[in-house]
Design a protein around this ligand. Structure first.
Ligand code: FES
Ligand code: FES
Length: 208
């Protein structure tokens, strides 16, 4: 008798990038966070695109901020340079590593690829927003317990992606953990400890 091959759909890094801010992680947000169409200015030399500054209000880690942003400013720049929330890391600054991952209305996105002016009205969670005063989030604690970091540069991004993963899947198996974290890269190659930490956190969170 022919054996049925049990094919599992694996989620690759390419899938993550194709679906950045979307796909498995919430397709609905894609159009909202695309760059806006510019106004057009008529000059002596002809027509040129004109982007203007914009006042935005965002909620970051449950605190409201109202600020004027330039069209070129990314959410990552606003978080780090204007709100002094430097836990979110700027590493590649071009959508390759996932170190800058934050939750935007609950969905993990690369903040280096997200224009700040498109986040008006959004709720953002960064690594600084996870702990409950002195008590670390269970995923943060699991990363410590399982030695899931070396240089630590990728850690905030991995933890934020893990929060999103465990919100949608309370008891992921190894393949599902790998899939959920496919948008994050650890240059130190500490993947096995990271996966172990996420698995331990899921059990801890499930039993609490
Ligand atoms: S800093 Fe944003 S993906 Fe690397
Ligand atoms: S711990 Fe160094 S990049 Fe991941």
């Amino acid at each position: 008798m022919e054996k049925k091959s049990k094919k599992r759909k694996t989620f690759t890094r390419r899938d993550f990038l194709k679906g950045f801010g979307g796909g498995a992680l919430g397709a609905a947000v894609v159009p909202k966070y695309l760059p806006p169409a510019p106004a057009v200015l008529q000059t002596k030399e002809g027509k040129i695109p004109h982007y203007s500054r914009k006042q935005i209000t965002i909620t970051v880690n449950q605190k409201n901020y109202s600020l004027e942003v330039e069209p070129r400013e990314t959410l990552l720049q606003v978080l780090r340079e204007r709100l002094n929330l430097t836990g979110t890391k700027m590493t590649c600054d071009r959508g390759e590593c996932g170190d800058c991952t934050v939750l935007l209305d609950g969905i993990p996105v690369y903040s280096c690829l997200t224009l700040a002016l498109r986040t008006d009205g959004a709720k953002i969670t960064t690594i600084e927003g996870l702990a409950d005063k002195e008590k670390l989030h269970p995923i943060q604690q699991a990363f410590i317990d399982k030695d899931a970091y070396q240089c630590g540069f990728c850690t905030p991004g991995f933890i934020i992606s893990s929060v999103a993963l465990l919100k949608g899947n309370k008891n992921p198996d190894l393949e599902e953990i790998k899939s959920g974290l496919a948008g994050n890269i650890c240059r130190c190659g500490n993947y096995s400890n990271i996966y172990e930490a996420v698995s331990a956190a899921s059990k801890r969170m499930g039993s609490s």
